[in-house]
Write a new protein. Structure first.
Length: 117
């Protein structure tokens, strides 16, 4: 029998306390419209290229937030991305590290990363 498990990541779930506020915040920083449907009163699927992101308010608890980045968002220009997030008032956790990435927090305190590809 061959291995039925693919070496692919389908979706990353992010715990959020308020699904509507989280949808609006994530769509804003990603430059997306926030008019998508919230499913089952607790899920929002962010329209992504590649691996998906699902915001989920049902799994939220303060002790379940990402204390370290579980993934990174890509950018082609780390300096522009850093300045963009700074201008948006995003809580930046680091400066640009090794000329390659920086960490930030979403409104719930989830640690996220942007990295130059």
């Amino acid at each position: 029998m061959s291995n039925p498990i693919l070496n692919q990541i389908g979706t990353v779930f992010i715990p959020v306390s308020d699904i509507e506020k989280a949808r609006d915040w994530y769509c804003d920083i990603l430059g997306l419209k926030s008019d998508g449907e919230i499913l089952f009163d607790h899920l929002y699927v962010i329209p992504m290229e590649g691996t998906g992101i699902v915001l989920d308010s049902k799994i939220y608890a303060k002790d379940k937030i990402f204390k370290a980045p579980a993934f990174h968002l890509n950018t082609k220009n780390i300096e522009e991305a850093f300045q963009y997030m700074k201008n948006k008032g995003v809580h930046l956790m680091t400066e640009i590290e090794h000329n390659h990435y920086f960490n930030f927090q979403d409104p719930d305190g989830n640690m996220l990363m942007i990295s130059e590809c």
